[in-house]
Ligand binder design. Structure first.
Ligand code: G1P
Ligand code: ZN
Length: 544
């Protein structure tokens, strides 16, 4: 294999955010841009000679071209085997599983998750380590540092590889293996859940369902598992073909972007269960007839019912949630006397806790839930978990949710996003919050008394590392909470996220609209951050 060394010029903006490097496609298409970043990763990683690398993505625009380039750089840098999803397709959780199952050195996942795709939209690349999870911050910082000074990269002179044909080919000692994108993942799901019970419940009509793959990566996975293996009708999976531009949609499973599903679930024709996933298959939205389950509640409900699932029948070691996620799961953990960890936003912080066997389930308010089985959040896993629960409990989604609230109380919750705010304004907001925060404790705002206020700093109990500046928390004596943080995944300006929650123990008050129940906190949030005043906007861009 002939290897060329290509002289390059640096880019100063290759700083990976919450989930890898995300930029507009046009940015990635700049000369040497992708090559620099991939070579920077390989320059930083030690001892992978002869080992295997998993490669796959969510199928978005530029996925296939990027894979051909990565193959050539990985070959030139001395990997022994490249394991690639057929047609370049691997959902994020499937990639995580494949890294683990085949003992790969790591993997490159090409995705910008739920961000829109297409020539003028977003692309992304993320490196996952051998446990199947996202690279830790010390690695991503090292990739960035390297990218700022890189002066050359290596490229093997290879023909483009046919990504369509399953099988292994060998080129000068390098194995290139194209695998079925779905098979290993489907087998894993079958080993976790009671597929016989699910088949019966779907076939006898107790469960009817609609899954919206949003023209993104989960289509083939949902079809194989829900239709081929569990016997759901073809009509159960919507938008099942992954398209390079996700059909122009924003594949973010929430009530706004998955509104067709939401409309169906609130109509008279609603099936018993509805769900959607995002661009790369790691997020989930759960709905029942006439009800939307917030991700924070979903995590708590899965934790409370885990022993009904074959893989978790012995109970949970512990649970974890990201800091802005509601405290609903904390109540479940307290009830079952298991540890509950609070981590910064981003899945990578769960990896150490999972590896150390301190937790079994974890999740985030941003439609992400997962478990020991992989080191990423997993959309279809959450869907199958809910289906398994419904089948075991023989109850509707609404019955399961209301019963849960009755037992544990309801954490009424909402997130208000101000997207693409001018970066200077956003930084100002954060600076102002930092100035106020230390003196807030004890201050009285009507019925609300500040119990604590701080800037969240996480100490990882497994590796001893510290992650500072993870968002502002203002907790009140009545259990309510407001959290402010800036997004680490946006590609335009800055996105301010405001997380609001209020605890309601009284079951007669559980059927409330969150925006009404949270109104006093919404007013207080504006008082603290002045986002409306500073931007001149009258409302958030997205409310979930
Ligand atoms: C967002 C979510 C976060 C999630 C991440 C990747 O990050 O808030 O929970 O882990 O996407 O899916 P953010 O844009 O808030 O930094
Ligand atoms: Zn995603």
């Amino acid at each position: 294999m002939h290897i060329k060394t290509i002289v390059t010029q640096t880019y100063q903006d290759q700083n990976p955010g919450t989930s890898g490097l995300r930029k507009k496609v046009k940015v990635f298409q700049q000369r040497h841009y992708l090559e620099n970043f991939v070579q920077s990763i390989f320059d930083v990683l030690p001892n992978f000679q002869g080992k295997s690398l998993v490669i796959g993505g969510d199928g978005r625009y530029f996925n296939k071209e990027a894979i051909q380039t990565i193959i050539k750089i990985a070959a030139a840098n001395g990997f022994g085997e490249l394991i690639i999803g057929q047609n370049g397709i691997l959902s994020t959780p499937a990639a995580s599983h494949i890294i683990r199952k085949y003992g790969a050195f790591g993997g490159l996942i090409l995705s910008a998750s739920h961000n829109p795709a297409g020539e003028n939209e977003d692309f992304g690349i993320k490196y996952n380590v051998s446990n199947g999870g996202p690279a830790p911050e010390k690695d991503t910082q090292a990739f960035f540092a390297r990218s700022k000074i890189i002066d050359s990269y290596k490229l093997a002179e290879l023909p483009d590889i046919n990504l369509n044909e399953i099988g292994t080919q060998e080129i000068d000692g390098l194995k290139i293996t194209i695998i079925d994108s779905v098979k290993d993942y489907a087998q894993l799901m079958e080993s976790i859940f009671d597929f016989d019970l699910l088949r019966q419940s779907i076939q006898n009509g107790f469960i009817t369902l609609s899954f919206d793959a949003m023209s993104a990566v989960t289509g083939p996975y949902a079809k194989r598992i829900l239709i081929d293996m569990l016997g759901a009708p073809e009509s159960a999976v919507q938008n099942a073909t992954p398209l390079e531009d996700f059909a122009g949609h924003h594949p973010d499973p929430n009530l706004i972007h998955a509104h067709e599903l939401a409309d169906l679930m609130f109509s008279d024709n609603a099936p018993t269960f509805g769900a959607a996933s995002d661009g790369d298959g790691d997020r989930n939205m759960i709905m029942g007839k006439g009800i939307f389950v917030t991700p924070s509640d979903s995590l708590a409900i899965l934790a409370a019912n885990a022993t009904l699932i074959p893989a978790y029948y012995k109970g949970l070691k512990g649970v974890a949630r990201s800091m802005p996620t509601s405290q609903a799961v904390d109540r479940v953990a307290a009830h079952y006397k298991i540890p509950c960890y609070e981590t910064p936003t981003g899945w990578k912080f769960f990896g150490n806790l999972l590896d150390a066997d301190k937790i079994t389930l974890c999740g985030e308010e941003s439609f992400g839930t997962g478990s020991q089985h992989v080191r990423e959040k997993d959309g279809l896993w959450a869907v199958l978990f809910w289906l398994n629960l419904i089948a075991r409990r023989r109850q509707s989604v609404a019955e399961i949710v209301y019963e849960h609230w009755k037992k544990f109380g309801r954490d009424i919750y909402s997130r208000h996003d101000y997207e693409a705010v001018d970066s200077d304004i956003a930084n100002n907001i954060m600076t102002n919050l930092r100035e106020q925060i230390e003196t807030l404790a004890g201050t009285v705002f009507g019925d609300y008394v500040v119990k604590y206020a701080d800037e969240f700093c996480y100490h990882d109990s497994v590796d001893g590392s510290t992650s500072a500046n993870q968002g502002f928390r203002i907790g009140f004596t009545n259990g309510s909470r407001i959290v402010f943080r800036l997004s680490g995944t946006g590609t335009v300006g800055a996105t301010l996220r405001i997380y609001l929650e209020r605890f309601e123990p009284d079951a007669t008050k559980h059927n409330q609209d969150p925006q009404i129940a949270l109104a006093p906190l919404i007013v207080l949030a504006e008082h603290f951050c002045n986002v409306k005043q500073l931007t001149g906007w009258t409302a958030p861009t997205v409310i979930t």
